[in-house]
Design a protein. Structure first.
Lengths: 224, 262
């Protein structure tokens, strides 16, 4: 098969297996962490956007608008190099996760606000009518419905995050793209290995999309 | 009849912008009574009902539940708005059934009923399930307790909504045109449940266009017109001896149902 002959694709792929694996796990870890963080923070910020006391709401609004308006790469560079100027040294991996999370939080927050406001007003009124207090109304009535409505854009944000992790290569995080570049630098098989990397990203994102579709089917009973 | 006054409204006023919808409503509901509000749309019936439950805030006048003002307390001569938690506690003593059902779509029929029981009244899950089973049985839906709202017909959804409201053992149940969104053949099942409730002595304040039902079940009927109470009295007083032309005209729309008015 050629696994023993240097210079063939099979041989080089076998040689590169550990680098690729490490790259993939870094990509998956950074993406997963970012998605979890951004989802939790995004729900919080989104709730403030929808219901917050007005100074808080203004603050949340400013955060979302600013973060959505700045390129992710700028955010990443700022978190890594910019914070270092103030004496805050964040390891590259964590700087990347923080920057990506800050970016994705803004998107989740805006999606959640939209979803919350699309829940019919009668739901809030019915929740009031049985005597639920405001936090209870959010937790038991509004958010469960809003989060299910938020699924399609949430999947989208997840895909953006996975693709966004490639930017971490710029600050030296050896994720899938940088590890591929390093492999290519050794064997010069540019087309082959970028194809492999592309395929791996495709598999990750396809899985996320499928998961999202499955969740949507699971919640299809949510009709009015 | 000496039953105690449960709800008393005095001079209740409410404006939306420049439009004054309620122009001083006076009204009493005694314990165990069914009081019905009738009148053309835009006369303020629904707005008044929503003020009773603090879904709208009235601008002026008092609404007293068991003698306690709803939505505010007096500090000397000044009104202070009650905290969210206090308003919620007041709302827990009132039940409301809506025109558009407003069941929680992500919860089963049973969970719709138990939510308030566990989170507001602090019942255990087992107690709440028993109570929900009891009331879903009363409205004829015990077999549907695991169904989600979208799996139920409009009439069934509204009966679940009634069970959800009455299971909280409210002092007073508010009904806001609860049959208006239903197909005609489903109206009877909901009115039947309301009639049963009235017969158990539940105190009810009902906004309805179902004149036969209003006439049969109510102890007291209030005709509202342009934000005011135009006439109030027993069903026979209001339906058989309408004194104003406007009431005669209003009743005339239900042509053939009543001899009076026409």
């Amino acid at each position: 098969m050629g696994f023993t002959i240097p210079g063939t694709f099979g041989f080089e792929l076998w040689q590169a297996r550990y680098s690729l694996l490490r790259g993939i796990s870094t990509t998956l870890f950074a993406s997963g962490l970012t998605i979890v963080l951004a989802t939790l923070l995004g729900i919080l910020v989104g709730t403030v956007l929808a219901y917050g006391w007005w100074p808080l709401r203004l603050l949340a609004r400013a955060y979302v608008d600013i973060l959505r308006g700045i390129p992710v790469l700028v955010l990443i560079l700022f978190t890594y190099y910019g914070l270092a100027l103030f004496g805050i040294n964040v390891p590259a991996f964590w700087a990347g996760v923080i920057a990506l999370s800050a970016f994705a939080t803004a998107h989740v927050a805006e999606n959640l606000r939209g979803a919350v406001q699309s829940v019919p007003t009668g739901q809030m009124e019915a929740a009031k009518a049985i005597g639920l207090r405001f936090p209870q109304r959010l937790r038991y009535v509004i958010l469960p419905q809003a989060i299910r409505r938020m699924l399609p854009p949430w999947v989208n944000t997840g895909l953006e995050v996975v693709k966004g992790t490639t930017l971490l290569s710029v600050i030296g995080v050896v994720e899938l793209l940088l590890s591929t570049q390093q492999i290519v630098a050794r064997n010069y098989m540019i087309i082959d290995f970028y194809l492999v990397a592309g395929l791996l990203y495709l598999i990750i994102n396809f899985s996320i999309a499928q998961l999202g579709a499955a969740l949507e089917r699971r919640f299809s009973y949510l009709r009015y | 009849m000496g039953e105690q006054i449960l709800l008393r409204a005095r001079g209740v006023r409410k404006s939306f912008g420049a439009l004054e919808v309620l122009k001083g409503i006076d009204l009493e509901v005694r314990q165990g009574q069914v009081v019905s509000l009738i009148g053309a749309s835009g006369s303020g019936k629904t707005t008044f009902l929503r003020c009773v439950n603090m879904l709208e805030e009235h601008d002026n006048g008092d609404i007293l539940l068991d003698g306690e003002p709803i939505g505010y307390r007096m500090e000397g001569a000044r009104r202070r708005r009650l905290s969210e938690a206090r308003v919620s506690a007041q709302r827990a003593r009132l039940g409301m059934v809506f025109q558009s059902f407003n069941l929680f779509p992500h919860l089963t029929a049973e969970e719709n009923v138990t939510l308030g029981l566990t989170k507001v009244l602090g019942k255990t899950r087992a107690e709440a399930r028993d109570i929900a089973g009891h009331w879903l049985g009363k409205v004829g839906l015990e077999a549907r307790r695991k169904h989600y709202p979208y799996q139920l017909s409009g009439g069934q959804q509204q009966r679940v909504a009634i069970a959800r409201a009455v299971a909280m053992e409210p002092r007073l149940l508010l009904f806001d045109e609860v049959t208006s969104a239903l197909d005609p053949e489903l109206v009877a099942e909901v009115l039947g449940v309301m009639k049963d409730l009235a017969e158990t002595g539940m105190t009810m304040l009902v906004v309805s266009h179902e004149m036969l039902f209003v006439r049969e079940v109510s102890h007291h009927v209030v005709f509202m017109d342009q934000g005011k109470v135009a006439q109030a009295g027993s069903p026979s007083e209001v339906f058989d001896r309408p004194d104003s032309e406007r009431l005669q005209k209003f009743l005339g729309r239900f042509h053939g149902i009543f001899s009076g008015g026409g």
